[in-house]
Structures are given as structure tokens and as C-alpha cells.
Design a protein around this ligand. Structure first.
Ligand code: CA
Length: 229
């Protein structure tokens, strides 16, 4: 499924040009031409990234950024004619992920969008309970069910699996998994991750591969892949 970018820009020509470049690069685009429309569409479309102009009718970009940051870590790239370094610092301090000054090349914008999306993976912020085909994961209760039957993991494997499952379709190296899940003071080797994944797969063996799996990405690490939500 392609990722959605919300383009917030009141100059129709610029918005149209950006939209064309992003669509060409394979993104889905929603446009907003003033501050209120921006917040409405942010809520309605839950975009993967926002390109945000600062000078806008009705509400300025700063107040939109502030509003977005109250509830969301969705990446925001500020787009503006204000090129003073101070503006740039302010933008980044207020929670923007990047800053592009006008005039810009469409290719540069697309490249920056891709770079920010790569560094800002989707995290399930309030996952609660998730259903992936016949697999149900209750993140609050730390419980996993397959067709309603609870699966049992040893605690260390469970924390590894829940971590991967909170970041669906995202790859982690063994080293990252050790640091993120088991902590810096963990003394075991990276081989321990392989063994844990092996046990996790065994526990999940009745989960149809067509719905999802814990995948090995050779030379990179592991990923909780989901094909069906
Ligand atoms: Ca403007």
C-alpha cells in the first residue's frame, strides 16, 4: 500500500507541482490549502508524513505543528520561504523533522520525504489490541492468542516478539534488538536473538504464513511481517 503525504500549501501552483512530483514517486497525496483544512485532513487521512507551509490562511504552520505534536509523532517537513537559520532551528526545536526552503526542486523534496520516512518508522503508539488474521496480540496484557487460544512464550522471547510486533514491517538488526529489548547490560551473544526467534517461530507455527510471519532479512536482521490486518 502506498504511503500518504498531506501537502499543506496555500499557493495552488506550488501545491500542484509538489503533488505531481510525489504522485510520480509513488505516493498518495492529499492537499490542504489553509490551516483549518490541514488539521481536518490530518485527522481524516492519518497521513504518513506532512509537508507543511508556514504562512497559511486561517491558521499558521506553527500552530498546526503544535496541534499535530500533541497527539502524534507523524513526520513533518516544514516548507517555507523563510530561509533564516534561526527559523530553521525554531522549526526543528518545535518538533519538525526537516526543513525545506523555497524555491526548491521537486526531486529534492521527494528525496527528503523518502529520507525522513526511512528514519521515522511507523510505531504503533497506542497499540492496545491488534488482530493480524487469526493472531491477536494484546499489548497491554502482554498476551498473544491464536484463534482465541493463548500462546505461551518464555518472558524474554515474549518481550522480543512484542517489540517486533509493535513495529510491523520494520527490520531490526540483532544488535538493535538486544539493546532495545533486553537492555545494554545484557551479556549474551547475538546468537541468543537467533535462538529466541527460532523459539518464537515454533510457538507461532500454526499461524498461517499468508497472514504474517517473523521474517529473516539476510544480513540485516528480523522483521515482524504482516500481510493481513
Ligand atoms: Ca504560504
Amino acid at each position: 500500500m502506498s504511503q500518504t503525504i498531506l501537502v499543506v500549501e496555500d499557493e495552488v501552483g506550488i501545491s500542484r507541482r509538489l503533488t505531481a512530483d510525489l504522485v510520480k514517486a509513488g505516493f498518495q497525496v492529499e492537499q490542504a490549502f489553509d490551516g483549518e483544512e490541514a488539521l481536518r485532513k490530518f485527522t481524516a487521512f492519518a497521513p504518513d508524513l506532512v509537508l507543511l507551509d508556514l504562512m497559511l490562511p486561517k491558521r499558521d504552520g506553527w500552530s498546526i505543528l503544535k496541534e499535530i505534536r500533541k497527539h502524534s509523532s507523524c513526520p513533518v517537513i516544514i516548507l517555507t520561504a523563510l530561509s533564516q537559520p534561526q527559523q530553521r532551528v525554531t522549526g526543528l526545536n518545535r518538533g519538525a523533522d526537516d526543513y525545506i526552503t523555497k524555491p526548491f526542486y521537486g526531486e529534492e523534496v521527494v528525496a527528503r520525504v523518502k529520507a525522513v520516512l526511512r528514519r521515522s518508522p511507523r510505531i504503533l503508539e497506542n497499540p492496545g489490541t491488534r488482530q493480524y488474521g487469526s493472531l491477536k496480540i494484546d499489548f497491554q496484557a502482554h498476551a498473544v492468542f491464536l484463534k482465541g487460544v493463548p500462546l505461551s512464550f518464555i518472558p524474554r522471547d515474549l518481550s522480543l516478539f512484542l517489540f517486533l510486533a509493535r513495529h510491523p514491517n520494520q527490520t531490526f538488526s540483532r544488535e538493535q534488538l538486544i539493546t532495545e529489548v533486553w537492555g545494554l547490560d545484557y551479556k549474551g551473544s547475538e546468537r541468543a536473538v537467533d535462538l529466541a526467534v527460532k523459539r518464537i517461530r515454533k510457538t507461532l507455527r500454526a499461524w498461517p504464513k499468508t497472514e504474517g510471519e517473523v521474517k529473516t532479512l539476510r544480513g540485516l536482521g528480523y522483521q515482524f511481517c504482516v500481510y493481513q490486518e
